[in-house]
Design a protein around this ligand. Structure first.
Ligand SMILES: [Zn+2]
Length: 404
């Protein structure tokens, strides 16, 4: 009996199709934008030169820059509260034991979503109390390698479970065949293995043949861009309310408020005349935050937060209604249109002229190099937008135990 088991295992492995990866919870929807992450700026108290944070960035890129994958990740800067303390981060070291991980646990990772709802937030917590961390495992082989654990917990955050065939996790791929093995073998375990890649692509393999995106561009939904040419086909480079420009489904109007697709709000400007629908632009939604004023809310009133979803004649649609008398009553990016704040029409996405009428050879026909209309593309805007995680539910967490 034992002999038979060994033989069948060998057959599976040599056939190259032995897959043990497991999906855990709900996957992200790549079309909603990149997976957002915000790191606590302190990182690990064992490391002071910032290399711990860089190791986490490298770990995220190992997954979300994978060839043939559609899911990306994007780091957002941490915000400070009124007391000057970091807030809104979703990756941090627990140095005090408040998360009660216990000494056998190196870290936890996970996210929300499930029951048909795509994941919208995730988290990674490292155990800083019971372990000593390094970002130079070659020089410190007895310590715990940040990037190795970040790759594993990042796998959980992105939707993978442990690479075991049984729930009791007695039959798992060895650590040299999967970073999603439940135990850390020590040393450098940073590199994704075939089973990890197979699991990730099972969730996020590109489905659109026109999607030629890479981490270095062209870019997908919600990624920073300088001009339309930076985005994959079907997306435009659109100014957001925080003045960043991201690849977005582009335009919408009061007759077509669903044009933006999931993850983006159709924010309207004033109707130009009686016959023409109110033009709008697709502004990326922020997980945990209400849609901004002027968002068409016809089919889902709850999206407006503490604003009312009210019929507006000026926008010819039900919108998240913020009243005003003058422009200064409205947020940045808005004008006071009659009695309510609507998107400044100057911020609407602009279709670049086709052809190259201006002879500068860039094919956009407008000859200007500024980034205001998304048609000239000479500089990369590296400005990072701000994103707050008002709350991210810890619906489940997966523990990685240290081998003893
Ligand atoms: Zn784990």
């Amino acid at each position: 009996m034992q002999r038979a088991l060994v033989v069948s295992t060998l057959v599976l492995l040599t056939a190259g199709h032995a897959s043990a990866y497991k999906l855990l919870g709900a996957p992200w929807d790549p079309n909603r934008g990149p997976v957002p992450y915000v790191m606590h700026p302190d990182g690990s108290d064992d490391i002071s030169d910032g290399s711990d944070l860089q190791a986490i960035r490298n770990a995220m890129d190992r997954w979300t820059c994978m060839e043939d994958a559609a899911l990306r990740s994007r780091e957002y800067p941490v915000e400070l509260n009124d007391q000057g303390e970091p807030t809104g981060f979703n990756i941090w070291w627990d140095e005090t034991g408040q998360e009660m991980m216990g000494p056998s646990t190196l870290g936890v990772g996970g996210g929300d979503g499930g029951s048909g709802v795509a994941r919208r937030s995730g988290f990674i917590i490292f155990n800083g109390l019971d372990h000593t961390w390094t970002s130079d495992i070659g020089a410190n082989p007895s310590m715990v390698d940040v990037e190795s654990i970040a790759v594993h917990e990042g796998g959980h955050m992105l939707g993978l479970g442990h690479s075991c065939t049984d729930d009791q996790e007695t039959d798992c791929l060895p650590a040299d065949q999967s970073v999603m093995n439940p135990t850390y073998p020590g040393g450098n375990a940073q590199e994704l293995k075939q089973d990890d890649i197979d699991g990730f692509l099972a969730m996020y393999e590109k489905t659109d043949p026109a999607d030629n995106s890479t981490c270095d561009g062209p870019y997908r939904h919600g990624e920073i861009c300088a001009c339309n040419d930076d985005c994959i086909e079907g997306l435009s480079c659109v100014a957001q309310l925080d003045d960043t420009q991201i690849c977005s489904p582009g335009g919408c109007d009061s007759d077509n408020i669903d044009a933006c697709g999931p993850g983006f709000n159709c924010v309207l400007s004033a109707k130009p005349d009686d016959e023409t629908p109110a033009p709008g632009t697709c502004i990326k939604g922020v997980s945990g935050q209400a849609a901004p004023p002027g968002t068409a809310c016809g089919s889902s009133e709850f999206i407006c937060g503490n604003l009312d979803c009210t019929r507006s004649g000026t926008a010819d649609a039900d919108v998240c209604f913020k009243g005003c008398q003058v422009d200064d009553d409205c947020d940045h990016g808005y004008v006071c249109a009659g009695i309510l704040c609507l998107l400044d029409p100057d911020r609407l996405s602009i279709e670049c002229p086709s052809g190259d009428g201006d002879g500068d050879g860039d094919g956009d026909g407008d000859g200007d190099a500024d980034m205001g209309d998304g048609c000239g593309c000479t500089a990369q805007d590296t400005n990072q937008g701000a994103l707050a995680f008002a709350a991210f539910p810890l619906l489940w967490a997966v523990v990685r135990r240290r081998r003893r």
